[in-house]
Design a protein around this ligand. Structure first.
Ligand SMILES: [Zn+2]
Length: 436
């Protein structure tokens, strides 16, 4: 990758960044318990050393967020680089490298968090430090936020901040994890997640007559539940297109990474790819069934839990009614597992200044780049920001190999030094384009 910002001494930044990353990976922030204050203080210390004020926000003893703000001239609203400080546990028996020693071998740095997401955290940190050192003429404040607890649902992290410190999240744009660049169909494809699905678990409660296991019965709650589950499993739902997901598949088709040509061909391509289909339908999977108390007693009540993930903008109550119609059995109630009226997730725009800054940055670095908006099918901290109206994208400006992507929650997680260096440069370039 050519240097797209030649005024920076990249050799020096790369050397420093690698040292910071290795030190950071040695700080064990396995969640639970997290213990992220150690990481917050480490990153915060490096920021304070540059003369940028830092706030440590204690959420629980030993659990802190780190927040810093480099002031711009105020002519535009702030931009936030945001990352989580915690990591998921390791299954040490399956690792061939020690997970918290940051072993550097054959151009790779091994360690839990290298990919998810301490690597991107350090790219963000180096961007902040480099912007300060260069005296980058910022039109907007550049905010850095490291949060605890993302890997356990964010209740003691971004979720807490959204509720108790919304002042820290008052920004126009934000960048966090989600998707990234990768090689696909011979092209370098950068997928920028503008939206994500949201969970809406449902419970089916089937009630029947009960009775003795030796009689003939026609009203067994478990049998009725089983029939309903089969109907739901066979339920064919149409693909739902939104502006961002349509742009995603159309751009991939234009670049010949996906077969397109006609509406039918596009739909067939989507249905043929199990990884792609959930971006276009609300998913539904039965994950728990509970019925029966004894071998010779007919169950009067049988329950199933459905893990449902809805597309942004979908209304939970509409979805519940659709499921009820497919179940089509007055003896089976369809209920929300959580809040009776969970909030729908609003859609976030993708055609924005931030998107264009990303597009311009990666195109300057990769001639063959395909840049497309996308949607993550799992949850990230972005959802708390989007719910507040922040245009928050899930995107690491780096090209991860398939092997590197396997590191997400996997064994022998690593990031190659080349990937990491390019990521540092691209993250800086996005900020330069968006903020100056
Ligand atoms: Zn993560």
């Amino acid at each position: 990758m050519p240097h797209v910002t030649p005024e920076v001494d990249w050799a020096a930044v790369h050397a420093e960044a690698l040292g910071v990353l290795r030190e950071y990976l040695r700080i064990d922030t396995t969640n639970p318990p997290g213990d992220e204050a150690k990481a917050a203080r480490f990153l915060g210390g490096l920021i304070e050393a540059e003369g940028i004020p830092v706030e440590y926000v204690e959420i629980d003893p030993g659990r802190e967020a780190v927040y810093a703000r480099l002031a711009g001239d105020g002519s535009k609203r702030p931009f936030m680089l945001s990352n989580h400080l915690d990591v998921v546990p390791v299954e040490a028996a399956y690792w061939t490298k020690p997970p918290f020693e940051a072993v550097l071998e054959n151009g790779r740095v091994y360690g839990r968090g290298a990919i998810d997401m301490k690597g991107f955290g350090v790219m963000q940190l180096m961007t902040l430090l480099t912007a300060k050192r260069l005296g980058l003429p910022l039109k907007r404040d550049l905010v850095f936020l490291g949060t605890p607890d993302e890997e356990a649902g964010s209740a003691r992290g971004m979720g807490w901040l959204a509720e108790h410190r919304p002042d820290l999240l008052d920004v126009e744009y934000a960048l966090n994890e989600g998707d990234s660049g990768r090689i696909s169909g011979g092209r370098t494809v950068f997928s920028v997640a503008a939206n994500e699905k949201f969970g809406c678990p449902l419970r089916l409660v089937s009630t029947g007559a009960g009775g003795h296991g030796s009689f003939i019965h026609t009203d067994n709650s478990m049998v009725r539940l089983a029939r309903a589950l089969v109907r739901l499993d066979e339920w064919e739902r149409p693909l739902i297109f939104a502006p961002d997901t349509r742009a995603y598949v159309e751009r991939l088709a234009e670049a010949r990474v996906l077969e397109g040509g006609s509406e039918e061909a596009l739909a067939a391509s989507i249905r043929a790819r199990r990884g792609l289909t959930p971006m276009f339908i609300n998913t539904l999977n039965v994950t728990m069934v509970n019925a029966g108390v004894k071998r010779n007693v007919l169950p009067s009540r049988s329950e199933a839990i459905l893990d449902c993930r809805l597309l942004p903008g979908q209304q939970p109550e509409d979805w519940r009614r659709q499921v009820e119609a497919v179940v089509d059995d007055p003896g089976i109630a369809v209920e929300f597992v959580n809040d009776p009226q969970p909030l729908a997730m609003p859609r976030t725009e993708w055609d924005t200044e931030l998107f264009r800054a990303i597009e311009g940055s990666v195109r300057a670095a990769f001639e063959d780049a395909v840049v497309a908006p996308t949607m993550t099918i799992g949850a990230t901290d972005n959802r708390f920001l989007r719910a507040r109206g922040v245009v928050s994208y899930g995107f690491t400006p780096a090209v991860f190999s398939r092997e590197e992507n396997n590191g997400f929650h996997g064994n022998d997680e690593f990031i190659s030094v080349d990937t990491f260096n390019a990521g540092c440069e691209l993250t800086f370039e996005v900020v330069r384009r968006l903020c100056t």
